[in-house]
Design a protein around this ligand. Sequence first.
Ligand code: SF4
Length: 499
Amino acid sequence: MPSLSLRETIRHRLADETGRISKQAPFTVALCYPSPYRVGMSSLGYQRIYRSLMEAPGLACERAFLDDECEADAALRPKHPITYESLRPIDDLPVLAFSVAYELEISGMIRMLQAANVPPRRRDRTPEHPLVVAGGPLTFSNPMTLAGLADAIVVGEAEARVVDVIRAAEQGATREAQLDLLAKLPHVFVPTHHGVLPPVGAEDDAVLPAHSAICTPHAELSGMFLLEVERGCSRGCTYCVMRRSTNGGMRIVPQEVVLETVPPGARRVGLVGAAVSDHPKIVSIVSALADRGCEVGLSSLRPDRLATTEGFVAALARAGYRTLTTAMDGTSERVRETLERRARPKHLLRCAELAKAHGMDRLKLYLMIGTPGETDADVDECVAFTTELSRILPVALGIAPFCAKRNTPLDGEPFAGISVVDARLDRLRRGLKGRADVRATSARWAWVEYVLAQGGEEQGLSVIDAIDAGGSFRAYERAFAGAKVGARRGLPMAAAGTR
Ligand code: SF4
């Protein structure tokens, strides 16, 4: 049984939520997020699926999240997951629908299933267990890692199709009938029925824009009303799943629709999309929201747009920006060329100048390290250029090791190697000591992400072994034993995977 403290935590959070939809319906499913509440409630995709199910006649969903304490301690078994809406165990519901953002959340899904006494291996479940459905951003690049875990996988955009998926689950009188019905739906992969993945699904433009249903101060994006101002991207960065080849490029929400959708009482507004700053009316949208007294946050800012669009940085300053966050992308000009980035040093320098001119405190830049062909000379160029920027404004670098993703031109490129990434990070830190703040995600966990990004069903299932062995990096290394050479020498994973 769930502990009292979990129930208390949930009640406390529910009391602080606004916008929750109250509904009881004949067919109610668990909408599960495999990370803690504060992360799940900051996911616009998760919130959009919640709204779709709650607005569908005869259907409802109840939310459930990974136990908060499990995030920091991989060895901790989560408490039995219960739903926020009725505090009942998730396994009391007929369907567990998971939204999985990226590879490292697969462990959260497995841990939630285990804690609910639902076997995480698809083949170990019986018709007595809930049907397990998975979808979310991960399915845009590599749905196969979920194939040994989920009974059905919804590939790509799903805010309208999720209703058909849940209705198929409702209509099937037996597990076999459920799977037969699901297998007939477009862009739904049923591992027992299909040998080949369907193409990534795109919803009709009429469903845009997605926006928050529920606002909560306990989310990472605290109290923020999230609104999609565009979907997709017209650019072609070679490492990115959202590049123009995905779902027909960029779909734009008109300015008047954006402004009408923001509720009059909203004080914090998050404008979401893969390439928000490419929206042709973005400056006037931000300005209009600032005029209403809103604090505005944008999920992505391209440096060339910031540097060359009249009034953009000024509008952001008026909308509450104190740190200008954008992307350097690669360590050097040469690397950025290979990634097909449009950002040039002159754009980043101009960003720093504009941020300073408009009273901002800091320039924060995201970049990858360990990209294909990168050498120490590229890292040295990064040190020199960041030093130049830091003479204008304090700089913080947010660094992630490069992980090649499926469905991108760089699919199949090797991981640089844990020791190589660590050595380059060390070189960068030493070079920038006292001049810039350098934060990086772990090279070890980036390697785990890489194995799963390039792997298939076998690698997804081996996460269960890693969790059962304690969930440490060593446990993953052992579980991915066939991939060990890839970790040590940075060789492509293809040899060890199921590709
Ligand atoms: S990285 Fe950003 S700009 Fe580049 S293709 Fe992806 S979404 Fe577009």
